[in-house]
Ligand binder design. Structure first.
Ligand code: NAP
Length: 268
C-alpha cells in the first residue's frame, strides 16, 4: 500500500516513522517547502506544492497512491480543502490527523477570536507589548497597529507588510515553561497571541503563571471526512485499510490497480 502523508507537522513526522515500520507500506511524505531547513521525515519525501486540486489529483493517480493522511497543520486550510477534493475525485481514502485544540484552565484569561484580523482589532484594549506566535505568513494582520510593540517568533523571517515596531525572534520549538516565562518577563510582554494549534503549550502555561491575557485564534471547522486526534489512531486506520484492500503484487497492497472502496469500509 502506498501512503501519502501531507506533513509539515510533528504528527506528520511521527506518522511517517510509524508507517515505515508497517510491512507492505510505502510511505511518501509531502512538505510544502516553506522552510529552508525542514525536519526530514522517515521514508520517501517530496517537497513543494502539487499545483492545486488538479495537480494533486494527477499526482495521486501517477504515484498510485492508495491512501492519504492529511497531517498538515490545523490552520493549513487550503491544503486540506485540496486533499478533500482530490481524494474524492480519485476515490482515494483520506484521513485527517489533527491534534486536539487547547482547553482553557483555571487561571487563564483567554479571548477567543475567529481570525488574526479580529485579534488585531482586540489588541489595543488588552496591552501594549505583544508576543505573536502565529507564524510569519499572516503577520500583516498586525501592520498598522503603530502604538503597540510586537515580539514575533517564527522559524523563518516574516516579510512585509509587518508592524512598524517589531522585533523578530527566529526559533523553533520545543520550548520549556521556564524558558517561555523568562522570555515573556524579559520583554515585558503583556499579551500573548496564538492560534489554537493544540499540542505542547509551554507558552500558555507561562502566560497563566504570569496572569497574562491570551488572544486565541479559533481553528477552522474540519471538513466532513474521517478525523483522528493521534498518530496511533491514524496507524489503526491504515491497518484497517490494508486488511480490507485487495491482495496486491508487492509495492502496493492494492497493487493490482484496484483500491478498496472507502465507503464499503465505513471509512470514506
Ligand atoms: P496552506 O495555506 O493550506 O497551503 C497553501 C498551498 O501550499 C497548498 O495549496 C499547496 O500548494 C501547498 N502545500 C501546503 N502544504 C503542503 C504539503 N504538506 N505538501 C505539499 N504542498 C503543500 O498551507 P500553509 O498554511 O501555507 O502551510 C504550509 C505548510 O506549513 C503545511 O504543510 C503545514 O502543515 C505547515 N505549517 C503550517 C502552519 C500554519 O499555521 N498554517 C504552522 C505550522 C506548519 P498547491 O496548491 O500547489 O498544491
Amino acid at each position: 500500500m502506498i501512503v501519502l502523508i501531507l506533513g509539515g507537522t510533528t504528527e506528520g513526522r511521527l506518522l511517517a516513522s510509524a508507517c515505515v515500520q508497517l510491512p507492505g507500506v510505502v510511505t511518501i511524505s509531502s512538505l510544502a517547502g516553506r522552510t529552508n531547513d525542514p525536519l526530514i521525515p522517515a521514508g520517501d519525501l517530496r517537497i513543494g506544492g502539487f499545483g492545486g486540486v488538479s495537480g494533486l489529483t494527477r499526482y495521486l493517480g501517477a504515484q498510485k497512491i492508495d491512501a492519504v493522511v492529511d497531517a498538515t497543520h490545523t490552520f493549513a486550510r487550503q491544503m486540506t480543502e485540496h486533499a478533500v477534493e482530490a481524494c474524492a475525485a480519485s476515490g482515494v481514502p483520506l484521513l485527517i490527523l489533527r491534534r486536539p485544540g487547547w482547553t482553557e484552565q483555571p487561571g487563564d484569561t483567554w479571548h477567543r477570536v475567529p481570525s488574526l484580523p479580529a485579534a488585531a482589532v482586540l489588541l489595543p484594549e488588552l496591552g501594549k507589548r505583544i508576543f505573536l506566535t502565529t507564524g510569519r505568513q499572516e503577520i500583516g494582520a498586525f501592520a498598522g497597529l503603530d502604538d503597540l510593540w510586537f515580539l514575533a517568533r517564527s522559524v523563518e523571517p516574516p516579510a512585509p507588510p509587518m508592524p512598524r515596531r517589531l522585533s523578530v525572534l527566529l526559533d523553533r520549538g520545543p520550548f520549556t515553561v521556564e524558558g517561555e516565562q523568562a522570555l515573556l518577563t524579559a520583554h515585558r510582554i503583556d499579551v500573548l497571541v496564538t492560534k489554537d494549534s493544540g499540542g505542547p503549550a509551554a507558552k500558555l502555561t507561562a502566560a497563566r503563571a504570569l496572569s497574562l491575557p491570551v488572544v486565541l485564534v479559533d481553528r477552522p471547522a474540519p471538513p466532513p471526512v474521517p478525523l483522528v486526534p493521534s498518530v496511533e489512531a491514524a496507524v489503526t486506520w491504515l491497518r484497517t485499510l490494508m486488511t480490507h484492500a485487495p491482495a496486491g503484487d508487492g509495492r502496493s497492497a492494492g497493487g493490482d490497480g484496484q483500491r478498496a472502496d472507502p465507503a464499503d469500509l465505513g471509512l470514506g
